[in-house]
Design a protein around this ligand. Structure first.
Ligand code: PEP
Length: 253
């Protein structure tokens, strides 16, 4: 039985004052005790120290939004897995569609980042998903297979054990347009079956999150699907009541 996971992706948002208000409100909603369903926020790197100070000792974990595929050296602007570990990160998002489309991140680079995160001891949340054009052309599964196979080829199926995948249809991210629960489940079943073809036990244990305009109003329906193990939440994670409401739906699922 897989337990659910709800992760917020703050993207390029936040301020010292705003973060403090948001996290205090979130803790008031979910409580400060260990949580039966995992809840985390992935924040901009400069705020990791602040978020740690506010969340340490509570049930809400934190993480980064990207990690370097390199360990150290002349790589200006990069942040290594070891650095994220020093800030107490449990998770890091890898291969988000915004990294892929806006910053030229290829399938191979995303796979290398996944490996870098695992080697550092951080749980990567590896994102895959098709564009609207790809869905309209009927090649959703081919795109998901390509993105996933880059990771499987790089790291092997056993390397997925202990990681997290997120299916994020690009057309649903930040658009207010959510995949239907059955669209999400079908894509996520395809991902799980592809992994199961290599190693059924890894596929059965692997959390696969859905991301793309998850809100308190659609979370219950999405989280009720057999292959949807929680959510990666962008916009709604910036509103404490909404994010807590989504987390509560995962708790009740
Ligand atoms: C995301 O950025 O991963 C995301 C799913 O964003 P939103 O929830 O705003 O669509």
């Amino acid at each position: 039985m897989r337990s659910k996971v709800v992760v917020g992706n703050w993207k390029l948002n936040g301020s010292l004052a705003g973060n403090e208000t948001l996290l205090k409100e979130l803790l008031a909603e979910v409580g400060r005790e260990p949580l039966p369903v995992a809840c985390a926020v992935c924040v901009p790197t400069p705020y990791l120290w602040q978020v740690r100070a506010l969340l340490e000792g509570t049930g809400v974990a934190w993480g980064g939004q990207d990690v370097s595929r390199f360990g150290a050296g002349a790589y200006t602007g990069e942040v290594s897995g070891a650095m994220l570990v020093e800030h107490g990160c449990r998770y890091v998002i890898v291969g988000h569609s915004e990294r892929r489309s806006l910053f030229g991140e290829t399938d191979a680079i995303a796979a290398e980042k996944y490996v870098a995160a695992r080697k550092s001891g951080i749980t990567p949340i590896f994102c895959v998903g098709e564009t609207l054009d790809e869905r309209d052309k009927g090649i959703t599964e081919a795109v998901l297979a390509r993105q996933l196979d880059a990771l499987l080829e790089k790291y092997g199926v056993a390397g997925l054990d202990g990681g997290i995948l997120a299916y994020e249809p690009v057309w649903a991210i930040g658009t207010g347009r959510t995949a239907t629960a059955s669209q999400a489940d079908a894509a996520q079943r395809f991902i799980r079956d592809r992994i199961a073809a290599k190693e059924a036990s890894v596929a059965a244990r692997l959390p696969i999150l859905y991301g793309g305009s998850v809100k308190p109003s659609n979370a219950a329906e999405l989280f009720a699907m057999p292959n949807v193990d929680g959510g990666l939440v962008g916009g709604a994670s910036l509103v404490a009541k909404d994010f807590a409401g989504i987390w509560r739906e995962a708790l009740n699922a």
